[in-house]
Design a protein around this ligand. Structure first.
Ligand SMILES: Nc1ncnc2c1ncn2[C@@H]1O[C@H](COP(=O)(O)OP(=O)(O)OP(=O)(O)O)[C@@H](O)[C@H]1O
Ligand SMILES: [Mg+2]
Length: 183
């Protein structure tokens, strides 16, 4: 089963949470002109040890069934590669990790964005101590969701409240509609 981009985000952000990140930034940049979709997930967590970083980016190791590393990053890499794109990981022990997946925007194997609004709200509501920033840019405009700003707006109400989560998901989706160029 091919994951949509929201499912990949859920997976990769779990890595950032496990790494103790207090700031997680998800960025999507879509360009019709360049026919690319670029997904970036950046965190300030503990970083990926060099010996693991070597494995998750090595296609031979990741295709082996005996490997001991997980599936989150290899699956994202496989998906990006299959659309004519690629995956790069920049990580420094002690200061953070940036994962960049590039996809062919209109490539047949590029899965849809999926429920990114729901995913971001779920992540924010379940991890109240982490600041999440989600930026989405297309040639039609730009949208930014920042839990620090949201918390100020909520004046003491919690992102984890069901009614707040419903409201935020709707708010994000309304804003994404304005800049929508692809599925
Ligand atoms: N943002 C990150 N910060 C620190 N370490 C990371 C980060 N992302 C990945 N890693 C390290 O790389 C390993 C591989 O990540 P990957 O998501 O591919 O698999 P996993 O998380 O171990 O398992 P799965 O995602 O299949 O449950 C992780 O176990 C972790 O050690
Ligand atoms: Mg993982």
């Amino acid at each position: 089963m091919m994951k949509d981009l929201a499912m990949h985000i859920m997976d990769i952000v779990q890595n950032s949470i496990s790494a103790g990140a207090t700031l997680i930034k998800v960025t999507i940049f879509e360009s019709v002109k360049e026919d690319t979709l670029k997904l970036t997930i950046a965190d300030n967590g503990k970083g990926i040890p060099a010996e693991i970083l070597e494995k998750v980016t090595d296609p031979y190791v990741t295709s082996r069934t005996t490997r001991k590393v997980g599936l989150g990053l290899p699956l994202l890499k496989q998906h990006a590669d299959s659309t004519g794109g690629n995956l790069t990981i920049d990580s420094k022990e002690g200061s953070g990790t940036t994962v960049i997946a590039t996809f062919g925007l209109t490539h047949f194997d590029r899965q849809p964005l999926g429920d990114i609004a729901g995913t971001m709200v779920l992540l924010a509501g379940a991890n109240l101590k982490i600041r999440f920033v989600y930026e989405h840019t297309t040639e039609a405009g730009e949208y930014r969701f920042d839990t620090d700003e949201v918390n100020e707006m909520l004046e003491g109400m919690s992102i984890s409240e069901a009614s707040v989560m419903r409201f935020l998901k709707e708010m994000i989706n309304e804003n994404l509609k304005e800049i929508k160029i692809s599925g």
